[in-house]
Design a protein around this ligand. Structure first.
Ligand code: F42
Length: 146
Protein backbone atom coordinates (compact mmCIF):
# COMPACT_ATOMS: atom_id res chain seq x y z
CA UNK A 1 0.00 0.00 0.00
CA UNK A 2 1.90 3.11 -1.18
CA UNK A 3 2.46 6.00 1.20
CA UNK A 4 0.13 8.96 0.74
CA UNK A 5 0.50 12.57 1.80
CA UNK A 6 1.89 15.95 0.77
CA UNK A 7 5.47 15.95 -0.52
CA UNK A 8 7.65 18.47 1.29
CA UNK A 9 11.00 19.06 -0.47
CA UNK A 10 14.28 18.81 1.38
CA UNK A 11 16.00 22.03 2.37
CA UNK A 12 19.29 20.63 1.01
CA UNK A 13 19.18 21.90 -2.59
CA UNK A 14 21.72 19.46 -4.07
CA UNK A 15 20.06 16.46 -2.47
CA UNK A 16 16.55 17.66 -3.30
CA UNK A 17 17.48 18.17 -6.95
CA UNK A 18 19.02 14.72 -7.21
CA UNK A 19 16.05 13.00 -5.54
CA UNK A 20 13.51 14.81 -7.72
CA UNK A 21 15.40 14.25 -11.00
CA UNK A 22 15.92 10.57 -10.15
CA UNK A 23 12.25 10.04 -9.36
CA UNK A 24 11.03 12.01 -12.40
CA UNK A 25 13.30 10.04 -14.77
CA UNK A 26 12.38 6.64 -13.29
CA UNK A 27 15.95 6.33 -12.09
CA UNK A 28 17.44 6.96 -15.55
CA UNK A 29 19.02 10.30 -14.58
CA UNK A 30 20.87 11.64 -11.51
CA UNK A 31 21.32 8.00 -10.48
CA UNK A 32 24.88 8.04 -9.12
CA UNK A 33 27.10 9.95 -6.74
CA UNK A 34 30.76 9.89 -7.87
CA UNK A 35 29.81 6.97 -10.13
CA UNK A 36 28.18 4.90 -7.36
CA UNK A 37 24.44 4.09 -7.69
CA UNK A 38 21.92 5.78 -5.42
CA UNK A 39 18.31 5.10 -4.43
CA UNK A 40 15.55 7.44 -3.26
CA UNK A 41 13.90 6.80 0.10
CA UNK A 42 10.49 8.23 0.96
CA UNK A 43 9.72 8.62 4.66
CA UNK A 44 6.80 10.15 6.57
CA UNK A 45 7.88 13.23 8.55
CA UNK A 46 8.03 12.60 12.30
CA UNK A 47 6.55 16.05 12.98
CA UNK A 48 5.01 17.19 9.68
CA UNK A 49 3.49 13.87 8.58
CA UNK A 50 4.55 14.99 5.09
CA UNK A 51 6.36 12.79 2.57
CA UNK A 52 10.11 13.38 2.61
CA UNK A 53 12.27 12.12 -0.26
CA UNK A 54 15.97 11.48 0.33
CA UNK A 55 18.74 10.40 -2.06
CA UNK A 56 20.97 7.76 -0.43
CA UNK A 57 23.69 5.31 -1.49
CA UNK A 58 22.34 2.00 -2.84
CA UNK A 59 23.27 -0.86 -0.51
CA UNK A 60 21.28 -3.99 -1.43
CA UNK A 61 21.56 -7.69 -0.60
CA UNK A 62 18.99 -10.35 -1.48
CA UNK A 63 16.18 -7.87 -2.03
CA UNK A 64 16.79 -6.04 1.23
CA UNK A 65 18.29 -2.55 1.40
CA UNK A 66 20.39 -0.74 3.99
CA UNK A 67 20.28 3.02 4.55
CA UNK A 68 23.04 4.78 6.49
CA UNK A 69 22.21 7.93 8.48
CA UNK A 70 25.70 9.38 7.97
CA UNK A 71 24.99 12.92 6.69
CA UNK A 72 28.68 13.13 5.83
CA UNK A 73 29.71 12.55 9.43
CA UNK A 74 27.86 15.62 10.75
CA UNK A 75 27.30 15.65 14.49
CA UNK A 76 23.57 15.99 13.99
CA UNK A 77 21.68 12.99 12.65
CA UNK A 78 19.74 13.34 9.38
CA UNK A 79 16.06 14.01 10.04
CA UNK A 80 14.91 11.06 7.91
CA UNK A 81 16.29 8.66 10.54
CA UNK A 82 13.85 9.82 13.21
CA UNK A 83 11.09 9.84 10.60
CA UNK A 84 11.71 6.12 10.12
CA UNK A 85 11.82 5.35 13.84
CA UNK A 86 8.42 7.02 14.15
CA UNK A 87 6.99 5.67 10.87
CA UNK A 88 8.80 2.45 9.86
CA UNK A 89 6.67 2.06 6.68
CA UNK A 90 8.83 3.62 3.95
CA UNK A 91 9.10 3.51 0.16
CA UNK A 92 12.31 2.93 -1.73
CA UNK A 93 12.85 3.61 -5.43
CA UNK A 94 15.65 1.65 -7.08
CA UNK A 95 15.83 2.60 -10.77
CA UNK A 96 12.28 2.45 -12.14
CA UNK A 97 11.05 0.20 -9.32
CA UNK A 98 9.35 1.67 -6.24
CA UNK A 99 8.34 -0.68 -3.41
CA UNK A 100 7.16 -0.54 0.21
CA UNK A 101 9.50 -1.61 3.00
CA UNK A 102 9.55 -1.80 6.77
CA UNK A 103 12.60 -0.12 8.33
CA UNK A 104 14.37 -1.67 11.34
CA UNK A 105 17.32 -0.07 13.13
CA UNK A 106 20.24 -2.52 13.39
CA UNK A 107 22.44 -3.29 16.38
CA UNK A 108 25.08 -5.84 17.39
CA UNK A 109 26.36 -8.49 14.98
CA UNK A 110 23.66 -7.78 12.41
CA UNK A 111 24.73 -4.13 12.40
CA UNK A 112 28.41 -5.09 11.97
CA UNK A 113 27.60 -7.36 8.99
CA UNK A 114 25.56 -4.72 7.20
CA UNK A 115 28.03 -1.92 8.01
CA UNK A 116 30.70 -3.96 6.21
CA UNK A 117 28.39 -4.31 3.20
CA UNK A 118 27.72 -0.56 3.22
CA UNK A 119 31.42 0.35 3.45
CA UNK A 120 32.16 -1.98 0.51
CA UNK A 121 29.74 0.12 -1.56
CA UNK A 122 30.78 3.52 -0.12
CA UNK A 123 34.12 3.38 1.77
CA UNK A 124 33.66 6.97 2.96
CA UNK A 125 31.15 5.70 5.53
CA UNK A 126 34.15 4.63 7.64
CA UNK A 127 35.59 8.16 7.37
CA UNK A 128 32.23 9.71 8.28
CA UNK A 129 32.09 7.58 11.45
CA UNK A 130 35.53 8.89 12.45
CA UNK A 131 34.25 12.48 12.18
CA UNK A 132 31.50 12.19 14.80
CA UNK A 133 30.98 10.84 18.30
CA UNK A 134 27.44 9.71 17.48
CA UNK A 135 27.21 6.09 16.33
CA UNK A 136 25.86 6.46 12.79
CA UNK A 137 22.49 4.70 12.76
CA UNK A 138 21.80 2.17 10.03
CA UNK A 139 18.42 0.73 9.08
CA UNK A 140 17.53 -2.45 7.24
CA UNK A 141 14.58 -2.15 4.86
CA UNK A 142 12.68 -5.41 4.42
CA UNK A 143 9.96 -5.79 1.75
CA UNK A 144 6.40 -5.46 3.07
CA UNK A 145 4.13 -8.29 2.07
CA UNK A 146 0.71 -6.64 2.34
N1 F42 B 1 22.89 11.22 3.31
C1 F42 B 1 23.12 10.20 4.20
O1 F42 B 1 22.90 10.40 5.40
N2 F42 B 1 23.58 8.97 3.77
C2 F42 B 1 23.83 8.71 2.47
O2 F42 B 1 24.20 7.58 2.13
C3 F42 B 1 23.61 9.76 1.51
C4 F42 B 1 23.82 9.59 0.13
C5 F42 B 1 23.49 10.62 -0.78
C6 F42 B 1 23.64 10.44 -2.17
C7 F42 B 1 23.28 11.46 -3.05
C8 F42 B 1 22.76 12.67 -2.56
O3 F42 B 1 22.39 13.64 -3.41
C9 F42 B 1 22.61 12.88 -1.17
C10 F42 B 1 22.99 11.86 -0.27
N3 F42 B 1 22.83 12.02 1.09
C11 F42 B 1 23.11 11.02 1.98
C12 F42 B 1 22.24 13.29 1.65
C13 F42 B 1 20.75 13.04 1.96
O4 F42 B 1 20.02 13.05 0.74
C14 F42 B 1 20.19 14.11 2.91
O5 F42 B 1 20.29 15.38 2.33
C15 F42 B 1 20.93 14.12 4.25
O6 F42 B 1 21.02 12.80 4.77
C16 F42 B 1 20.21 15.00 5.26
O7 F42 B 1 18.94 14.47 5.48
P1 F42 B 1 17.84 15.33 6.30
O8 F42 B 1 16.61 14.47 6.41
O9 F42 B 1 18.44 15.84 7.56
O10 F42 B 1 17.51 16.51 5.28
C17 F42 B 1 17.52 17.88 5.67
C18 F42 B 1 18.44 18.61 4.72
C19 F42 B 1 16.09 18.34 5.50
O11 F42 B 1 15.53 18.10 4.45
N4 F42 B 1 15.55 18.93 6.53
C20 F42 B 1 14.17 19.38 6.45
C21 F42 B 1 14.12 20.84 6.82
O12 F42 B 1 13.08 21.42 6.53
O13 F42 B 1 15.11 21.32 7.41
C22 F42 B 1 13.33 18.58 7.44
C23 F42 B 1 13.18 17.19 6.96
C24 F42 B 1 12.30 16.34 7.84
O14 F42 B 1 12.26 15.14 7.68
N5 F42 B 1 11.57 16.97 8.81
C25 F42 B 1 10.75 16.22 9.74
C26 F42 B 1 9.29 16.25 9.36
O15 F42 B 1 8.43 15.96 10.23
O16 F42 B 1 8.97 16.54 8.20
C27 F42 B 1 10.91 16.82 11.14
C28 F42 B 1 12.33 16.78 11.54
C29 F42 B 1 12.50 17.42 12.93
O17 F42 B 1 12.47 16.66 13.91
O18 F42 B 1 12.61 18.65 12.98
Amino acid sequence: MPLTGEYKPSTADWARTQAEEYEASQGAKANTLRGVPIIVLTTVGAKSGALRKTALMRVEHDGRYLVVASKGGAHDEPKWAENMRRHPHVELQDGATKRDYTARELTGDERALWWTRAAEVWPDYDNYQKRTDRQIAIFLLEPRTE
